[in-house]
Design a protein around this ligand. Structure first.
Ligand SMILES: Cc1cc2nc3c(=O)[nH]c(=O)nc-3n(C[C@H](O)[C@H](O)[C@H](O)COP(=O)(O)OP(=O)(O)OC[C@H]3O[C@@H](n4cnc5c(N)ncnc54)[C@H](O)[C@@H]3O)c2cc1C
Length: 427
């Protein structure tokens, strides 16, 4: 079989690696480097543009790292999480911390703890697909718990779309993170590849090429069309193929644009899926920023949603890595302003959040951004998802296919395995 994989992010590389033994595989990646959202942030530094933490429950990803000989590059570490609200940083790691969380009254805190246990133990989500997150969160955690904790988090993650998000999505998010505790009352423990996900991407690309696969960089897919029962692909104005099958890992609307001339109805369906963009300031600091791995920031004056000090998951090194991510509607002024201005907006509130933060201790600050960063998983997403086998010879998936899971590398492996099996006729 002759197969083209569209997109050389983590999913494209992983799927191509799995296909390489069974087919002649070519990967088309628009950027000059592979990796997509999981790619590295600095030449030579090897650390990620966006933080990538691994949960204990991420079995498929841990198995892949083992297969690639990279398990020694990570260790699970117990971490602290915090919540910045009312101009104060509150510990927010354990049920005991939640019971001491002063912005809500004691009965609401108790309800919050019980709600977290219930979400941790729940297994079914289909009934939550049609329920707005707000309704379910208010029922589970109480009105005050919703207003003070969940509403700002949903706004930070989904901006203007927050009220549309489904209960199934937020349930799974709580479920995954709380399952990363050894015991329900302990702190969560997470891991991160050191120095970054780039080591896994390089290993995947290396294995692909060792088995005759080809990775084409700076090769954006412009158009695809079926010709005599096979598929032709255009990149840089040149036609490639014909291919027996195409496997797309592009964001669904990007695939829609590529297939529009051949299949306008399908293109319209794919174009209806909405995504937020991300902008993320990444700081390299001389000293630790705080004792917290993750701080949720619930303050409308602050442009970012959290402070993630990934170095808490890495062995000690010469600098500390801190990420300040903002999820934004594509037309949000923050998404469009010059990088220096965005960075200045991020640095301004930091001393209020991180006690003693000293801008003089900063080695380097950079800003990264991506248009298709966060699928907006609204009510009914589960029912609206297109099948992976879209048309004869055309297979496609992206982060939406993880629903109700949030997008993770671990989740993408499961979906990519399904796509590869469907393409190879195993299903
Ligand atoms: C801020 C942030 C934090 C995250 N944190 C975590 C975390 O802690 N843990 C975790 O597991 N996951 C995390 N993720 C999710 C993880 O990064 C994604 O699930 C994963 O990288 C998705 O990979 P992908 O290959 O499916 O998509 P992408 O990375 O989007 O890859 C798509 C690829 O297609 C390419 N492309 C686009 N258009 C074209 C075209 N026309 N032709 C050819 N190529 C094209 C792109 O350049 C890209 O390389 C995070 C993501 C973000 C944004």
């Amino acid at each position: 079989m002759n197969v083209a994989v569209l997109g050389g992010g983590f999913s494209g590389l992983y799927a191509a690696h799995r296909l390489a033994g069974r087919a002649r595989v070519e990967v088309f990646e628009a950027s000059s480097a592979p990796g997509g959202l999981a790619g590295p942030g600095a030449d030579g530094g090897g650390f990620d543009r966006y933080y990538h933490f691994i949960c204990r429950t991420d079995g498929a990803y841990l198995a892949l790292l083992d297969e690639l000989g990279l398990k020694g590059r990570l260790a699970f570490r117990r971490v602290r999480t915090g919540q910045f609200c009312d101009d104060r940083l509150h510990p927010f790691s354990t049920p005991l911390d939640l019971l001491g969380f002063s912005p809500v009254r004691l009965p609401d805190r108790l309800r919050f703890v019980l709600g977290t246990f219930a979400a941790r133990n729940r297994k079914e989500w289909l009934d939550l697909d049609r329920v707005p997150a707000r309704r379910w969160l208010e029922q589970t955690f109480g009105r005050k718990g919703y207003d003070v904790i969940w509403a700002p988090l949903l706004r930070a993650k989904f901006g203007p779309e927050a009220e549309e998000v489904s209960a199934a999505w937020i349930w799974h998010r709580i479920h995954r993170v709380t399952r990363s505790r050894r015991v329900p009352w302990a702190r969560e423990s997470f891991a991160a590849l050191h120095p970054g996900t780039a080591v896994a991407l390089e290993a995947l690309a290396g294995r692909l090429e060792a088995r005759g696969g080809r990775l084409r960089l700076s090769a954006p897919v412009e158009r695809i069309a079926p010709v005599d029962g096979r598929w032709t692909l255009w990149s840089g104005g040149e036609a490639f193929g014909p291919y027996d099958a195409l496997l797309s890992t592009l964001p669904l609307p990007v695939l829609g644009q590529a297939v529009e001339a051949a299949e306008p109805a399908l293109a319209a369906r794919l174009g209806a899926f909405k995504y937020l963009a991300v902008r993320c300031a990444v700081l390299r600091l001389k000293r630790p920023a705080s004792p917290y791995f993750w701080i949720n920031v619930n303050d409308p004056r602050v442009p970012f949603a959290g402070v993630i000090e990934l170095s808490h998951l890495h062995p000690p090194g010469p600098f500390r890595l801190v990420y300040l991510p903002a999820y934004l509607a594509p037309d949000d002024p923050l998404a469009r302003m010059p990088q220096e201005e965005f960075l200045a907006r991020c640095l301004e509130p930091l001393p209020r959040i991180l006690d003693g933060f000293d801008p003089g201790g900063m080695i380097e600050a950079r800003v990264f951004g991506d248009r298709y960063a966060q699928p907006v998983c609204t009510v009914g997403t589960g029912a609206a998802l297109p099948p992976i086998a879209l048309l004869p010879g055309l297979f496609a998936f992206d982060s939406f296919h993880l629903y109700p899971e949030d997008r993770t590398l671990n989740g993408m492996i499961g979906v990519a395995d399904r796509a590869v099996a469907a393409l190879a006729g195993d299903q």
